[in-house]
Design a protein around this ligand. Structure first.
Ligand code: PHE
Length: 447
């Protein structure tokens, strides 16, 4: 087993955890899932779930990871030896593979669009032409695969060369830039013709539209966006220093994550309505909407380059954290060393990622039950694996982990957060498990 590092400073911790959490989930996935699920009603439920369910789950993962300082599988087998709990660790590792497989494809799209922006390819195109270009790109098959592979290579390179620390340092400046850029884009979106309709779509809830499906989609989106339910925050929790205020870190990270998602929504929906794009376009929503915005904006040429570059950066800090879950497990449990662990993981994802990219070609036979492989990986991870993992993790933190340990990890031995701790514990033990369970029973038709 290799020696484990830990984050060097409070800033390093927040940058790394924030790097994992903020990614394509906020900018690409949030708008497309919100668009498919009715907009404002979805957003409201997403906000409630993020505050009430996701933050406590993140804290539970931190507690499990930090108290054992090991990869998810080993963390469970240490805390509950000889029990099936370590299965949660294994499914988390599997989930990391499933997510990486489609995540790298989308990150590849961001790279293609970065190139297109630099070559000024969107200037003067009509919304129809922009949508047509996107379809041709995806249908070409080889181009998306090429970019997927480039992105996987870049992720592997970062993990191997240990320059994550360097990236975190740049992120300190670049993530606030992304934040400002999104805020500027949201402000600009308000000035578009027909923007009102988009704002209403996102902010005026129609409660009649809320179904159990909406709630499960919101839960899945929140877990995906906060990297929960699959061991990522257990792994990062294991690198947390003992004197770190976990409650504060969880709260800060969650709030930034939510803010970036809402800003993306505000930047995108007014434009969606203004350019006559369907809010239910699915995964391509952001990629067919934003080029229209940039094509008509003063300074759009430079801003689009900046945007797609930042999107790529946000994505790579997340894919590094996903790959790290698998690499930490392989290199700590088998005598392979980090280098081979990275090669093995990247090699496997190169195959599954390429298949996901190919499955997006309209006539592709890579479908299961009418869903293409890409959509399947996306839905399976967010709507099944992560909620199930989240449920098991809170059950473990609330009922199996000793109460003294949970309290020590979350309050630093009663040094901080003593007022909110009882509430967090109550949510972890009772409210969250019951809610997720009810939701599952309803969705599977039992209730
Ligand atoms: N949270 C990341 C994003 O929003 C995706 C992710 C999920 C990363 C699970 C790690 C683990 O893009």
């Amino acid at each position: 087993m290799e020696k484990r590092g830990s984050f060097g400073s409070r800033f390093g911790t927040i940058a790394a955890v924030g790097g994992s959490v903020i990614g394509l989930g906020n900018i690409w996935r949030f708008p497309y899932v919100a668009g498919e699920n009715g907009g404002a009603a979805f957003m409201l439920i997403y906000l409630i779930i993020s505050l009430l369910i996701s933050i406590p789950i993140m804290l539970s993962e931190f507690a499990i990871g930090r108290s054992t300082r090991s990869n998810p599988m080993r963390a469970f087998s240490r805390l509950a030896p000889g029990t099936p709990w370590k299965g949660v660790g294994y499914t988390g590792i599997l989930c990391a593979f499933v997510i990486l497989s489609f995540y790298c494809v989308i990150a590849g799209w961001a790279l293609e669009f970065l190139g297109d922006s630099a070559l000024n390819r969107f200037a003067g195109l009509t919304p129809g032409q922009i949508a047509g270009n996107f379809d041709t790109f995806v249908a070409s098959g080889w181009r998306p695969i090429l970019w997927t592979l480039v992105f996987i290579g870049a992720t592997a390179f970062i993990i191997l060369s240990g320059i994550e620390k360097g990236i975190e340092r740049y992120n300190k400046i670049l993530m606030p830039v992304l934040f400002l850029l999104l805020a500027g884009m949201a402000a600009n979106a308000m000035t578009l013709d027909g923007a009102r309709e988009g704002i209403a779509f996102l902010l005026r809830p129609d409660f009649g539209k809320i179904t159990a499906k909406t709630v499960l989609e919101a839960l899945g989106q929140s877990f995906f966006s906060m990297s929960l339910g699959m061991g990522c925050m257990i792994t990062y929790g294991s690198y947390l220093r003992k004197n770190e205020n976990v409650l504060r870190i969880g709260g800060m990270v969650a709030l930034s994550d939510i803010t970036v998602a809402v800003l993306s929504g505000l930047a995108i929906f007014p434009a969606v309505f203004s350019f006559g794009i369907s809010p239910t376009s699915g995964p391509e929503l952001v990629f067919v909407t934003l080029p229209n915005v940039f094509a008509r904006m003063t300074g759009g040429y430079f801003l689009s380059i900046l945007f797609f570059f930042l999107l790529f950066l946000a994505a790579i800090t997340s894919s590094v954290s996903l790959m790290e879950v698998i690499v930490a497990y392989l290199s700590e449990e088998f005598p392979v060393g980090r280098k081979r662990a990275v090669a093995l993981t990247a090699g496997t994802v190169a195959v599954t990622g390429s298949l996901c990219a190919l499955s997006m070609i309209p006539s592709s036979a890579l479908t299961v039950g009418g869903m293409n492989l890409f959509d399947l990986c996306d839905a399976l991870s967010s709507n099944v694996m992560m909620p199930l993992g989240g449920l098991l993790i809170v059950l473990f933190a609330g009922w199996v982990l000793s109460p003294a340990k949970l309290r020590r990890e979350l309050t630093g031995g009663m040094r901080y957060g003593t007022k909110v701790y009882p509430l967090v514990r109550f949510l972890i033990r009772f409210v969250i498990p019951v809610l997720i369970l009810l939701l599952f029973l309803n969705r599977t038709g039992v209730l």
